[in-house]
Write a protein that binds this ligand. Structure first.
Ligand code: SAH
Length: 566
């Protein structure tokens, strides 16, 4: 049974050692520690209840190191809703007890056994069928699908009540189970891809052993596939994947059909028709042509990963400023599915930890075009590639370089790649949020680096933006190779703006050792700034006032000129 990466949630320092032992079972799992109580966790949370409920709703398996009652009370409001049901376990702080609570079909008992083995205790398994038969009949291994959960539950209680069972078809995973088998039994576990109405005495399990070859130009493709399966006497859940010619790789129609049918889409090169295609994809299978599709029916579940190759994917992602809480969920999901991660070493490290099967390609910060081309070469092979940027990938970062590389290329394989740009919280926005709302009205974002643009353009833009009374956000304000430019930039701004104008300096915002200071344009000197600093300069209306907690709030009002009547 495969399950997605769990979250390990702890409330106190005393649980950290046990959490680390559990983490050895799930190396990509992060330890979430309560802010102010736990030091040395992988990430911090502020509120236990909200955190646990959010994880649950995102379908993340939860291992909570606290009393089972706390977990139950916290999740109770969500349990009546239909929707995600991830595995949820409570583990005693000292590792002496492992209690699977929820998510029987999410593999909670499998996890309980794995964790208990690592902690050298016995898991508190309470599921009767599982205890009696040593396996959960309703949770067959990947490669198999249960026809119907409700009738399955009835079937398992019949067996628990003492009825015997026979197995029809190949169910190798049940060899180890202690089932009350009897060849004469009335009840049967029936394993096959054939479409049939389950009788009351049957537990129907479909092996995902069928592939359908499709072409991109068919309308209503999901319905056509369902009809073809029906005509071939195959149950829809037995469908393991769709296969298509690699020339159809960029087809939206195919992608949406696969999504709707809930199966992967694989591509095969160099076949003249769908029959040949599906034979090449599933050698030795029984092939049936129905309407304009070809259906391959194998005996065993298909090893989909071995069939042709998937459409390659290239995602250019923004990590946000650094803190895990400020990374958007779509980026987290992308990191989990990636096979290859490319980027400047610091950012790749920030995006981790990665699994052993994920390849990290670290490069120098300056080789951006090379990195972009490398990413396309990998993605065109069918891999799932991530190019990492800090902040937002579209703000002085890799997204434009990746698009430039694609624009320059006439390789159809590159243009067939599923390219996604996933946004992040940019440094100017993360810094502004900590200071208050200095960018609360119109503002202008500039990079002061003259590596890729003439300094004269920078001066002109600064002059016009300052004259236009826009608040200013400076990226790349200074570096060892560009020592004088910031001073010159400030001179230009000072020609249009008063020395009392508020200035915010954010350094390493959202990262360890972050610092935020407010000063004024008159008080700002280049030595207060380095390449890890974000410089925000107010407009004529930007103002400040003290915060009770120390320091001051900085904001730029939403209005301009006369304050509106409220
Ligand atoms: N794509 C990034 C910007 C890359 S340019 C983003 O959207 O944030 C690099 C510049 O961004 C740095 O020189 C610095 O000015 C700023 N920067 C990036 N991360 C920062 C952080 N955590 N704190 C303050 N400034 C940061």
């Amino acid at each position: 049974m495969t399950h997605s990466t769990p979250a390990i949630v702890i409330l106190g320092q005393g649980s950290l050692a046990t959490a680390r032992r559990i983490q050895q079972v799930y190396p990509t799992a992060q330890i979430h520690g309560l802010a102010g109580r736990v030091e040395g966790a992988d990430c911090l949370y502020q509120e236990f209840g909200a955190t646990l409920r959010a994880l649950y709703q995102q379908d993340t398996p939860i291992i909570a190191l606290c009393a089972a009652g706390i977990v139950i009370r916290t999740l109770a409001p969500l349990l009546l809703e239909k929707g995600a049901e991830p595995a949820v376990l409570a583990v005693a702080e000292d590792g002496s007890a492992v209690v699977p609570l929820l998510g029987g079909l999410g593999g909670v008992n499998v996890m309980a056994r794995e964790i208990a083995a690592a902690l050298q205790v016995a898991p508190a398994i309470t599921t009767s069928g599982e205890l009696r038969f040593g396996t959960c009949l309703l949770n067959p291994p990947s490669g198999y699908a249960l026809a119907d959960l409700e009738s399955g539950k009835r079937f398992v209680s019949d067996l628990l009540a003492g009825h015997s069972v026979r197995i029809e078809g190949a169910a190798p995973w049940l060899d180890q189970a202690q089932l009350p088998q009897d060849p004469q039994a009335v009840r049967s576990i029936h394993v096959s891809s054939a479409q049939r109405m389950a009788s009351a005495d049957e537990l129907l399990i479909y092996p995902r052993s069928v592939a359908v070859a499709v072409s991109a130009d068919v309308t209503d493709l999901p319905d056509v596939v369902r009809h073809a399966l029906q005509a071939a006497n195959v149950a829809v859940p037995a469908l393991a994947c769709l296969v298509a010619a690699d020339t159809d790789m960029a087809s939206t129609n195919l992608r949406q059909a696969a999504l709707e049918l809930g199966v992967p889409l694989r591509f095969v090169a160099g076949q003249s028709d769908l029959q040949a295609l599906v034979r090449a994809a599933v050698p030795g299978a029984n092939v049936v042509s129905v309407e304009n599709l070809a259906v391959a029916i194998a005996e065993q579940p298909l090893e989909v990963a071995q069939i042709g190759r998937p459409r390659g994917r290239l995602a250019v992602i923004g990590l946000g400023p650094g803190a895990a809480e400020l990374m958007v969920p779509a980026v987290k999901a992308e990191l989990a599915r990636a096979t290859d991660v490319l980027g400047y070493e610091t950012y790749v490290r920030m995006a981790g930890p990665f699994r052993d099967d994920q390849v990290q390609h670290c490069t120098d910060n300056r080789e951006e075009m090379q990195r972009a081309r490398h990413a396309f070469r990998l993605a065109a092979e069918g891999r799932s590639v991530i190019v990492v940027s800090s902040g937002d990938p579209g703000v002085f970062a890799m997204a434009a370089a990746v698009l430039e590389a694609l624009h320059e290329s006439d390789d159809p394989a590159w243009h067939s790649v599923d390219l996604q740009i996933l946004p992040g919280v940019s440094a100017s926005l993360a810094t502004a949020a900590q200071a208050g709302a200095p960018l609360g009205h119109d503002f202008c974002v500039m990079s002061l680096s003259d590596n890729l643009k003439p300094w004269a353009i920078i001066e002109k833009r600064l002059d016009l933006a300052a004259e236009a009374d826009l608040a200013l956000a400076f990226y790349n304000p200074i570096s060892r190779a560009r020592p004088w430019q910031l001073g010159r930039a400030l001179e230009i701004v000072a020609q249009h703006r008063a020395p009392q104008t508020p200035v915010v300096l954010g350094r390493d915002i959202g990262r360890p050792g972050q610092s935020l200071r407010t000063t004024t344009l008159g008080g700002l000197t280049a030595d207060q700034v380095d390449m890890r600093t974000m410089v925000l300069i107010g407009s004529s209306t930007t103002c400040t006032f003290p915060r009770t907690s120390g320091g001051e709030w900085v904001y730029t009002p939403r209005w301009y000129g006369e304050k509106p009547l409220s």
